[in-house]
Structure formats: C-alpha cells, structure tokens
Design a binder for this molecule. Structure first.
Ligand SMILES: [Zn+2]
Length: 319
C-alpha cells in the first residue's frame, strides 16, 4: 500500500504547483509549470491534463501507483459536480474539469477550491494540526478563508463558502473588486496595504510598495507606515472577530503572502482580536506552516477523501 500516490495540481493565474503526494501527506516529487492563462481556458485545460498525465507516468516509472488526481483552482468551484464554475485569473467558466480528467487519465479525480484545500492541508497536516475547528485565512492579493471542522472544509450550497474578504468592515472605505465599498480585502489585503501606503506617501503609482515593506518600515518606526499597518491590522481584527462570532473556532491559521510578516503581523493582530472578544472564546492565532505547498497537499487529501467516500457509498449500494 505504501507505493500509492495522488497526482496533485494547484492551478493559479500564473503558475501550477504540482506534486506526487503519498497518502500520509508527504510530497515525493514536485514540479512547477507556467499556466499562461492568456492562451485561453481550453489551452490551460490541455496543459493541466498533460501535466497530470506526465506526473502519473513518472510515478509509474518510479514504481509508484497513481490512484487518484486532485486539482485545486481559484474562484467558485462546484466540488460535488467537479466543475470550475468561475475563475477570473485562470479564465475558467463552467469547465467540467473532473470529468475531463477522468476521461483522459482514467483515475478518480477530485476538484477543489485552492483556499479550501489549502485550509484542509493546514488543518490536518500544518499549523492547525490537532485542532478540531480551524479557520484558515489566506491574505494575498485578496482575502479568502476555509472553515475546517474535523478535517472537512465547508464548501457552501453554491461552492462559495469562506469569502471572508467580502465582509464589509469599513462602509466608507475603498471600493472592492466585487463592486461594494469597504470589503475587508479592499482594506487589508497585501495589495490594499501596499496601495494605501503608496497613495498616502504620494509615491509614483509605477513604484508600488509591498505590504512586507510597509510592515518593515512600520517596525522601524516610520509614522506613516505604522499608521497604514495599524489600520490594516484593525480591519483584519474586525473581520476575524466576525469569523469567530460565526464559527467559534479553536485556531485561526493565517496564510498567504501577508502572513510572511510573521510576528510583525501576529503580535498586534492577536492584541486587536483580544480587544474584540466579549463572551466569545479567543482563538489561537498562528501562521501557516506549509507555505505554498498547502494547495497541492490539500488537493491530494481531497482526492483521497473523495475516493474513500465513494468506496463507502458503493459498498452500501452493494448491500
Ligand atoms: Zn468585496
């Protein structure tokens, strides 16, 4: 049984992280390929299937047995039907990726949402390990979350659970990409922090400042950076406090680019979340542990979970 592996792909707007993952969550081979989304969705699908087929072949050449395929994509994902419903940065609209993969490779395939499977991996193998109720929050160009209970991530009725980035935190704040003003991700995503600092500093729009640079300047005592960082932390704390009111989790795992600020983020954010707790129990607030491998590992876990569930159902039907 130890030779079983899952072919796992985490497809993003610019690149795909790919791996062969053992059932215990260890990646035995990793690869990266460009997505090149400008070629259009059909070409991206071809690349996904080619890469998956290539990895399955390499597994067999190494004496391993590929047993399933797990694919993670961003946007809105209908996991039950295996359809990438809408994914702006990959260019997908209603792509039946699971069935296409099953047809090409003849292996059971699971399609998942990139942040939800990332949360699955962090909850089971990473920073949330051992906690029964976990909220994983990825903060990068946007903000999205995964609510994982006993190792299973909630998908939602329409495949869109966890959109914590679109909780309104500042009604008079900047307009969000979704069209509404004051969403959390319009105020506190890594992109929003960099943009806000550049605006206030009167810098050139062609020389954007990264959120990491803002954090460092704030730590070095620069007043403007400290003010921008502080207001982002306050907004994040408002969003996380709402998340805690809804889900009452034991651990909140912060991932994505902004979490790389480490203690510069975690220390003030823990204090700001603490201030907002009344009768709610305070969650542990920790940084993600798996880095950018989380999506791939989570896609593999989802594929294994789906196989197990299918086998149980088949078994029940036989009886
Ligand atoms: Zn929004």
């Amino acid at each position: 049984m130890s030779d079983r592996v899952v072919v796992a792909l985490d497809v993003g707007g610019t690149g795909m992280k790919c791996a062969l993952v053992r059932p215990d969550g260890v990646a035995v081979r990793t690869e990266r390929h460009p997505t090149d989304a400008s070629r259009g969705p059909a070409a991206v699908v071809d690349t996904i299937l080619d890469v998956a087929e290539g990895l399955a072949g390499k597994a067999r050449a190494d004496g391993l047995t590929p047993v399933a395929i797990g694919v993670a994509v961003p946007g809105v994902v209908d996991e039950a039907r295996g359809v990438a419903v809408w994914s702006a940065n990959v260019g997908f609209r209603d792509v039946p990726l699971r069935d296409l993969a099953v047809r090409r490779l003849g292996l059971p395939t699971a399609l998942g949402h990139d942040v939800r499977v990332g949360g699955l991996a962090e909850a089971r193998l990473g920073a949330g390990r051992g906690a029964d109720h976990v909220l994983f929050v990825a903060i990068g160009t946007g903000i999205a979350a995964a609510h994982v209970v006993d190792g299973v991530a909630a998908v939602g009725a329409h495949g869109a659970a966890g959109e914590i980035g679109h909780i309104m935190v500042r009604p008079d704040g900047p307009r969000c990409g979704c069209g509404r003003p004051g969403c959390l991700e319009a105020v506190a995503s890594a992109s929003a922090i960099g943009r806000r600092y550049a605006e206030l500093a009167g810098g050139r729009p062609d020389a954007p400042v990264t959120a990491a640079a803002v954090a460092e300047r704030a730590a070095a005592g620069e007043p403007l950076a400290a003010q921008v960082w502080r207001s982002a932390v306050e907004a994040l704390a408002d969003g996380l406090a709402t998340g805690q009111a809804l889900f009452d989790v034991r651990t909140i795992v912060l991932g994505g680019g902004l979490a790389q600020a480490g203690e510069l983020l975690l220390v003030p954010l823990r204090a700001a979340v603490h201030e907002r707790m009344t009768f709610h129990r305070e969650p542990h607030l920790v940084a993600a542990a798996l880095g950018d491998e989380a999506g791939c590992l989570g896609a593999a876990l989802l594929a294994l979970d789906t196989m197990t569930a299918t086998r149980v159902l088949d078994h029940q039907e036989e009886r």
